[in-house]
Structure formats: structure tokens, C-alpha cells
Design a binder for this molecule. Structure first.
Ligand SMILES: *Cc1c(COP(=O)(O)O)cnc(C)c1O
Length: 366
């Protein structure tokens, strides 16, 4: 085997298409005076991907994990970094050392961040997260937010409060709309009144809020979005702009078996490899292809889609994905490589395993 032989499965990342998605989305945001924090956790903060974000003019490169921030710094990404998972108390020191700004929702952690910033001789920027009903992170009580803001402003001298933010459509599947965005804007006004100065940022969420920028319904005080999925995959549930590439990522896997078999399992049925009772439709004898790619690589097979029309995913185990190829049986044989579109949930797995080779297209600065 030669050293530069292609290994499958592989994930191809088109950095030029990614750059074009970023440019197009940032331009739309700029038209509405919205800045972008580019969220790279969906692609495990791969340095080549993060570099495209950093060069595109995002206000921050953002991710959820300390180890990824460390990778970004080690790779020489010099854009301001934002930590978007509220930090553990135990990681306050690292959070200050490795990021310039962070999202916060607990006063105990905020005080620890201030102490760490003091020790490190830094001023760390914070955004207070407000929970408007999605029930993940964030202050619930408006008074508590104002108290935290006042304490930061008046007592925690190594922190600088840059704004307030909200997270929606994550746990509680709550949709961003005029009502909750106005709620955030009015809370921002309360904080501004209490601290006696304007806040730099009101951050109205993630990719699921982008549709409001595109259709002109975002309140104009909202001026920072944290965008990951819509940049990486070009779309998100309910918002698929016609100006984005949907194929930044291409997953390629090799066919290891291809033959006619019954479509209903033969024998006494129990549970599958994951302890689940599965159901099978008897469609008679059909051509099936097996590719060397499985749930360990991508998570859930519902999140990858074969590009060749007529190919259908029947199921998957840890290391195999089973395809019905009856309708295209003349086109597929052992050794062929099949392409798949990749949904956002799969990307974290595919970019996070040494079993999947990553190949980049493009990416030269323009
Ligand atoms: C992941 C995350 C984002 C980005 O979400 P996308 O749906 O990928 O745009 C933004 N903010 C927070 C707090 C996050 O955890």
C-alpha cells in the first residue's frame, strides 16, 4: 500500500464553499447591523475550518469546549475566541487563559472568572445568558440578571460586561420570534439602565434566529448572532437560503459487499446490535450494498443521505451501513465509492474520529 493511497471513509471539506457561505451570511447580517460569532464546534474546531471563519471577518470564533479553544490557539488562530458553553467552575482558569469572551449564567462562576482574570492580569469579556423559555442555560429571574450585571460592573474589575444573550431551539425547541427577541431587548435595556451605560451586544441566538435577519423581522437592537450550523451546512430546519452551498461536506464510503438478499431477516428475531427491537418490511429479494462506515463514524444514519438517487439506507450497525440499491443495481459494485450528504448532527462525529480521513478542497485566501 503506497503512503498516499486514499483511505475510506473520508470526509471532504470544501473550504471555498464554506468561505462563500460565511461571506454571504455575514453580508446579510451586516445589512441589518448584526455581527457574527462563527461557531466551529460542529466541525470539532478543525483548524483549517476555523481559519476560514477567522479570515471571514467574524467578530469572534466561538466554540463550546476548552480543548478546542486550546487547539485553535495552538494552530495560530488569532481571532478573538468566545467560549459558548457556560464554563465549569473547575475550568475558570483555562476559560480565561484560552478565550477572550464567554457566556455566563452563574454568579459563583462569574466571580471565579474574575479572580482568574485578576491572577492572569487580563480583562475578560462576558455575556450574561438569559433563559427565555428554552430551559437550557441562562438566568431565569430578571432581577437576578440585573444584580449580576451590577456586581460585574461595580465589583468585578477584571471582567467587562459586553452584553446579554439568549439560547433558543436547543433543549426546549422554542422558536425565536418577535416576542422573545423583544423580551431580550427589553431586558438589555433594564441592564443598561442599571449600569448606566449601553451594552455592546444583544445576542439573539444561533442559526435558528437567522431567518429573522433574512426576512427583516429582527429587532434592530439585536446585533450579535452565534452562527454554526447554517454556515457549515448552508441551512437549518425551516431556513434554507437560496444563496448558500448545502454541500460543503461530502462523506465518501467504500462498498465492501453487494449481492441479492431477502429483505426480511431469516430466523427467530430478538433485538439488534443496540438492544432495540427493529421492524423490517418484506419486499422480497433485493440488491443490497454494504459500505464500510457505521454508527461509530456518524452517529445516526438518519443524518446522512446518499447522493445517488435510488439508494436508500436500510440500517446500520457500529461499522457497517446497509443500503438498498435495487433501483440502481447496474451502477454499483464492490470497491465503488458512494457519496453522502452530511447533516449537522453527524458532523461532530465525523470530524472527531481518527477512523475518518479528512480531505480539504480549496481554502487559499482570496
Ligand atoms: C452551539 C451553540 C451555538 C451555535 O448553534 P448553531 O445552531 O450551530 O448555529 C450558539 N450558541 C450557543 C450557546 C451554542 O451552544
Amino acid at each position: 500500500m503506497s503512503a498516499n493511497q486514499i483511505r475510506y471513509p473520508l470526509l471532504e471539506i470544501d473550504l471555498d464553499k464554506l468561505q462563500e457561505n460565511l461571506a454571504a451570511l455575514i453580508e446579510r447580517c451586516q445589512d441589518s447591523c448584526v455581527e457574527v460569532a462563527g461557531v466551529v464546534k460542529g466541525a470539532t474546531a478543525l483548524p483549517k475550518v476555523a481559519r476560514v471563519f477567522a479570515r471571514s471577518g467574524v467578530r469572534f470564533v466561538a466554540t463550546s469546549r476548552i480543548d478546542q479553544l486550546r487547539d485553535l490557539r495552538a494552530a495560530g488562530i488569532d481571532a478573538p475566541l468566545m467560549l459558548i458553553r457556560v464554563p465549569m467552575l473547575s475550568e475558570a482558569e483555562d476559560a480565561v487563559a484560552l478565550s477572550d469572551a464567554s457566556l455566563q449564567s452563574e454568579i459563583t462562576v462569574i466571580r471565579a472568572m474574575n479572580a482568574a482574570a485578576k491572577r492572569q492580569g487580563k480583562i475578560h469579556q462576558v455575556l450574561l445568558m438569559i433563559d427565555l423559555g428554552d430551559l437550557r442555560e441562562g438566568f431565569w429571574d430578571a432581577e437576578e440578571v440585573v444584580d449580576a450585571a451590577l456586581e460585574i460592573e461595580n465589583s468585578l474589575k477584571n471582567l467587562h460586561l459586553i452584553g446579554v444573550g439568549v439560547n433558543l431551539s436547543c433543549y426546549g425547541s422554542v422558536k425565536p420570534n418577535s416576542r422573545n427577541m423583544q423580551g431580550l431587548v427589553s431586558l438589555a435595556a433594564d441592564v443598561e439602565k442599571a449600569i448606566g451605560r449601553p451594552l455592546e451586544y444583544v445576542s439573539g441566538g444561533a442559526s435558528t434566529s437567522m431567518y429573522m435577519v433574512l426576512n427583516g423581522t429582527m429587532p434592530c437592537r439585536m446585533n450579535l448572532l452565534r452562527l454554526g450550523e447554517i454556515v457549515l451546512t448552508g441551512q437549518i430546519y425551516g431556513c434554507s437560503p437560496d444563496f448558500t452551498h448545502k454541500d460543503v461536506f461530502t462523506l465518501k464510503a467504500e462498498v465492501v459487499e453487494c449481492r441479492d438478499k431477502p429483505s426480511f431477516p431469516v430466523g427467530e428475531l430478538t433485538v439488534d446490535a443496540f438492544g432495540k427491537i427493529a421492524s423490517y418490511e418484506d419486499r422480497g429479494i433485493r440488491r443490497r450494498a454494504l459500505v464500510a462506515l457505521g454508527r461509530v463514524d456518524y452517529g445516526d444514519f438518519a443524518d446522512i443521505r446518499p447522493r445517488l438517487p435510488g439508494v436508500e439506507i436500510l440500517g446500520a450497525s457500529s461499522d457497517h451501513t446497509i443500503l438498498d440499491v435495487e433501483d440502481v443495481k447496474d451502477k454499483i459494485k464492490v470497491g465503488d465509492v458512494l457519496e453522502f450528504d452530511v447533516g449537522y448532527p453527524s458532523l461532530v462525529y465525523l470530524t472527531n474520529t481518527k477512523s475518518v480521513e479528512i480531505v480539504y478542497l480549496g481554502g487559499e485566501p482570496r
